[in-house]
Design a protein around this ligand. Structure first.
Ligand code: ADP
Length: 306
């Protein structure tokens, strides 16, 4: 079984559907409320698992009811609990989300224990990292911990994927540890100051990343390596909610690379996972299974089952 290690954030998301988003100081009466598992790290770990990988997920929760709930939920989904660390001094990360009828949202995140993921925590997990085929990280936990994970992975020949979300300045030292950098369009612009995705991707390759995949929502994805750039059109689907499309893309990309597929085939596979996620509402509940991803690939002329 291919092995992916995801290191990143885990949150409990509290979502209220409202007719319209409130203005500052205003209260609106909402409709239904639901609680779900979130955070880019947890979403991408579940995405890789559904795409068919064996996944370990290193994250930090608080010693509170939300942390316990997260642990049980992750274990139920099939992610081992051993790598879920607890910080007794901070609450588990939470996100407060309001979504209106048109799908627009307002989100406030209290990162809590995610901010307490330390370099030492990552060092203690170095065996887990070195045994994986692919490391997948994002930027919702402290950058020093992310950088340490990348360093350990590279030292052991593990393929590294950094999804630079939310965007923050990255040094050449960090970028040279990245095999595949996966910003969306606005993150690519924030990282480089360049509005054109192809220009931004080239600049990021020049700055040290081995390959850059810019995700372009309904326009698919753009893969840039030193010697070439290739556009992968999006799969034609009926999109209703783009939440977690990027997470699905990254999880599936990690899974495909862990299986030893080429980067191009991995992008084709990830593109299908991203597209399928937009056809259902919600975050984790909308992440597609391996069977669904393969079916869409086949249906639109890409046979990746071998
Ligand atoms: P993020 O969610 O990080 O902002 P994107 O919006 O770029 O990322 O979406 C990630 C991927 O999901 C895209 O590269 C594409 O593969 C897929 N995707 C997103 N929106 C659509 C859409 N409307 N139709 C088809 N595929 C989509």
């Amino acid at each position: 079984m291919p092995k992916v290690i995801v290191i990143g954030s885990a949150n409990v998301d509290f979502t209220v559907r409202v007719d319209r988003l409130p203005s500052p100081g205003e209260t609106v009466l909402g409709q239904d409320f639901y609680q779900s598992l979130g955070g880019k790290g947890a979403n991408q770990a579940v995405a890789a698992l559904r795409a068919g990988a064996t996944v370990a997920f290193l994250a930090k929760v608080g010693a509170d009811a939300h942390g316990q709930h997260l642990g049980l939920h992750l274990a139920f989904l099939g992610l081992p609990r051993e790598s879920l660390l607890t910080d007794p001094s901070r609450p588990t990360g939470v996100a407060l989300i309001m979504v209106d009828r048109t799908g627009r949202n307002l989100i406030a995140v209290a990162p809590g224990s995610n901010q307490a993921l330390m370099v030492e925590d990552v060092q203690r997990a170095s065996r887990l990292i070195s045994e994986a085929a692919v490391l997948l990280v994002q930027l919702e936990v402290p950058l020093p911990a992310v950088a340490e994970a990348l360093r350990i992975a590279k030292k052991h020949g593990v393929t590294t994927i950094l999804n630079p979300a939310p965007a923050q300045p990255l040094s050449r030292e960090v970028l040279t540890l990245v095999d595949v950098l996966t910003p969306n369009e606005s993150e690519a612009q924030a990282l480089t100051g360049l509005t054109d995705a192809a220009d931004a991707a080239r600049a990021l390759v020049e700055a040290g990343a081995r390959a850059v995949v810019v995700t372009l929502a309904e326009r698919g994805a753009l893969l840039t390596q030193t010697d070439r750039t290739r556009q992968f059109p999006a799969y034609a689907v009926k999109a209703v909610d783009a939440t977690a499309a990027g997470d699905a893309f990254n999880g599936a990309l990690a899974c495909a690379l862990a299986e030893g597929r080429s980067l191009m085939d991995a992008v084709v596979f990830a593109n299908a996972a991203g597209a399928l996620t937009t056809t259902k509402r919600g975050a984790q509940d909308s992440l597609p299974t391996r069977t669904e991803i393969e079916a869409l690939c086949r249906q639109q002329g890409h046979d990746l089952t071998s």
